[in-house]
Design a protein around this ligand. Structure first.
Ligand SMILES: Cc1ncc(C[n+]2csc(CCOP(=O)(O)OP(=O)(O)O)c2C)c(N)n1
Ligand code: SF4
Length: 745
């Protein structure tokens, strides 16, 4: 073997993970977007649009499903890939032992990030440590180059020992920073190095039908786990050989561990990831001052390279383990625990180990921070465990009250007149005059950070205009929370809680239950509170199950979905509600792809099918209709169960149009019947606005042409796509009219 031709690239860890995947030409990638790993799928999608690979990129509705897609695909004799971070990894966690326990190899990249809550997207290692017990091999890359190389070596290893592999690296520091790196010029070199797939189990093998994932107890389960353990041991033995082979074609080798001046070091820092390089710089500096210091790190977390690390620690008297996460209550982060165990088991229990938690939530770590850690070692700090980098923080500042509480009287001007139709119990709302309703205080204040023209505050405030009295809000993850609650400030004048966007409806159900329970027990004053959950359309993908559960239980709450047709907070990836044909960062437009390939989700119909008392659609272009619907929703939420309103919500940044045009764009979406305004009240559908009256109905292409994300569809090259969209919109519209015309439906 000789060094193969390579070319220089200036790329980030994410870009290089994607490039390696493209060169491998995996069969399937199941994925769900989450910062900071999303770019991996985005880059693969961009390459796919240009026809550079054949990977089937499956956008799941959440990470749990993405992991399920990967599991199913990997049982079928092909190569499988995934990428995630933080809560995405935790949400998928349940599937990880399934993958390893049934011994299907695959590769998943984890761009490490802080785990919520509180919500933060910055890099630390709190996510990856949850994966330590899953039976996956975990490689840790400390540079973008290592991300590329480990993606290639990782797949070879996975297939040799039949275990799935995680390639972990620092979110942002490694995932986003560009570096000069080398990649193989030819994809075939990569594929030849990995070799042919040789699976003896294939769910699709009709000649040899297999049962995968049997129900198993004693005596077999323990044997299954023992075999997994053996495969891990085998992986530990194989890794150095794979890297040696790889060195022959690349010139690069990664051992199990890496060290800097450890031969005679008496005080050393163990640290993972990109910060290892910071510590190395400090080592060089302190060595010039005659200090016997060293640094070491692990390139593999599972199997943990205990013996290789021990060999580095022969002369060490003090080890400072810097953990970018905490195993709360254990007296250190996970690496502290592992290093202590390693020293103990090799008879070096006399080495003093200082555990220091650093860099949580992406807090920077500089050379002087590394020197300060060494200093603690030199002076034999008394505290065996501590956090470094603790400051007063923004939250330590004097509390500033931006808003006083809103009294019930102030938020109940009683302008709207509400009554019930005695025949069918339907709610009637009158006197929704915008001019009169200006007295209604805004529960969401003006001090938010949404982009100009953003529909979220507009829709939230329009909804709340129709809701009188006390309100408690829950926001699911998305732009809505991020732009309103930058700690320590808040834009809300009313009580507010955030939860992750797969679980908001369940959380608000809990709030509602506690409210009624405490009232019943006399622990809370009598009176009404309206509970409102706000979610993006993305939240109604991953969180649909939770929302349906709350609807079926009849939780007394309103769910407002602002539908901006994409995962905007994470940089506009497609959601299931993105219009067909739309360009997004996971539905690129290129010679082989025209944008999103499937139709937008009809969430109101799904919610109506739960039998909930009130479902409606609303748009800022028809504000009176919107406010009336909010008032109706409030009555139903209090008296009968859950009410759901979907509002079309502008996103000038990602729709690629102008903030000042958005009301018109929204109006045209209504006029082309992409977003018809209707309600389903106690199971009966009524159209609230018919653009056919007054000749206002327009072809859908007229609306699509108003936005940069769908403008390309105006080209005759996409006539088939636009025809199919028009047909689907016509079908839904005709169905809606038929439902509305029918007295029972
Ligand atoms: C379990 C999990 N997966 C992924 C993410 C990343 N994430 C945060 S917000 C978001 C998109 C939200 O989209 P949507 O609900 O439509 O709201 P928008 O951003 O458009 O306001 C995603 C994918 C996360 N926070 N948690
Ligand atoms: S990116 Fe879009 S949804 Fe998010 S704040 Fe800006 S305009 Fe609103």
């Amino acid at each position: 073997m000789s060094i193969e031709a390579q070319k220089v690239m200036f790329d980030s860890g994410n870009e290089l993970a994607a490039y390696a995947a493209k060169q491998i030409n995996y069969h399937v990638m199941g994925y769900y977007p989450i910062t900071p790993s999303t770019q991996i799928a985005e880059n693969l999608d961009a390459m796919k649009a240009d026809g550079l690979h054949d990977i089937s990129l499956v956008a799941a509705e959440g990470e749990h499903s993405a992991a399920g897609i990967c599991y199913g695909a990997s049982a079928c004799g092909g190569r499988v890939f995934n990428a995630t971070s933080a809560n995405g990894l935790l949400y998928a966690l349940e599937q990880l032992p399934v993958q390893s326990g049934t011994r299907f190899p695959m590769v998943m990249n984890v761009a490490c990030r802080t785990v919520s809550g509180p919500l933060s997207i910055k890099g630390d290692h709190s996510d990856i440590m949850y994966a330590l017990n899953t039976g996956w091999i975990i490689l840790f890359a400390d540079t973008p180059q290592a991300v590329y190389d480990m993606n290639i070596c990782g797949l070879k290893l996975a297939e040799m020992v039949r275990l799935p592999v995680i390639v972990a690296f620092d979110g942002f520091f490694t995932s986003h920073q560009k570096r000069r790196c080398m990649v193989f010029e030819s994809d075939e070199v990569v594929q030849k190095f990995i070799g042919e797939i040789e699976y003896d189990v294939d769910l699709l093998d009709m000649e040899h039908p297999v049962t995968i994932g049997s129900y198993m107890n004693e005596p077999d389960l323990i044997n299954n786990k023992y075999q997994l353990h053996q495969a891990m041991e085998q992986a530990g033995a194989l890794i150095p050989f794979i890297y040696e082979e790889y060195e022959k074609i690349s010139g690069r080798n990664y051992g199990l561990v890496r060290a800097c001046q450890m031969e005679d070091a008496q005080t050393a820092i163990f640290i993972l990831g990109s910060a290892y390089h910071t510590v190395r710089s400090s080592v060089h500096k302190l060595r010039e001052q005659g200090k016997k210091v060293g640094a070491f790190t692990a390139n593999v977390l599972r199997p943990f390279p205990a013996e290789a690390l021990y060999r580095l620690c022969k002369n060490v008297k003090t080890v400072i383990v810097a953990d970018r996460q905490d195993s709360y209550g254990a007296g250190g982060g996970n690496m502290t625990l592992e290093i202590k165990a390693m020293l103990q088991s090799f008879g070096k229990g006399d080495v003093r180990v200082l555990s220091r938690i650093y860099g949580l939530g992406g807090k920077d770590f500089y050379e002087n921070d590394a020197e300060a850690l060494f200093e603690e070692g030199f002076k034999q700090a008394a505290k065996a465990f501590d956090y470094v980098g603790i400051t007063q923080g923004y939250g330590g500042e004097k509390e500033i009250k931006y808003y006083g509480p809103l009294t019930k009287t102030v938020s109940s001007p009683e302008i709207l007149r509400k009554s019930r139709n005695p025949e069918n119990g339907h709610v009637l709302v009158e006197n929704a005059k915008i001019s009169d309703l200006t007295v209604m205080p805004k529960r969401l204040g003006p001090g938010h950070g949404a982009c100009p023209g953003c529909g979220i505050p507009v829709n939230v405030n329009l909804l709340l205009k129709g809701i009188e009295g006390h309100v408690v809000l829950l926001f699911q993850t998305g732009c809505g929370i991020v732009v309103t609650t930058g700690y320590p400030k808040t834009s809300f004048k009313v009580p507010y809680i955030h939860n992750l966007f797969q679980n908001g409806a369940a959380t608000l159900s809990g709030v509602v239950e506690m409210f009624y329970q405490r009232q019943k027990r006399g622990e809370y004053p009598a009176g009404d509170v309206t509970f409102v959950m706000v979610s993006g359309d993305g939240g109604m993908d991953i969180g649909l199950g939770s929302a349906i559960g709350a609807a079926l239980r009849g939780s007394h709450m309103i769910l407002l979905e602002y539908d901006n047709g994409g995962y905007m907070n994470t940089g506009y990836q497609l959601s299931y509600s993105t219009p067909k044909g739309a360009r997004s960062s996971t539905s690129h437009v290129g010679k082989k792809q025209y944008g999103k390939t499937f139709f937008h989700k009809d969430t109101p119909s799904i919610m109506a099918a739960t039998g909930m008392p009130y479902v409606a659609t609303a748009a800022e272009s028809n504000p009176v209709d919107f406010i009336k619907k909010a008032a109706k929703a409030q009555i139903y939420a209090k008296s009968e169960g859950m009410a759901y309103i979907r509002a079309l919500s502008a996103c000038p940044l990602n729709w690629a149009d102008k903030p000042q045009d958005e009301r018109n764009v929204i109006g045209k979406a209504v006029d082309c019947c992409y977003f018809p305004l209707y309600e389903v009240e106690k199971g009966q559908t009524s159209l609230n606005y018919n653009p056919e009256n007054g000749n206002k109905k327009i072809p859908v292409l007229e609306w699509l042409s108003m936005m940069g994300r769908t403008k390309h569809l105006a080209s005759p090259a996409y006539i088939e796509v636009t025809d199919s969209i028009q047909k689907e919109i016509d079908r839904r519209w005709e169905r809606l009219k038929a439902l509305s015309d029918h007295p029972l439906l």
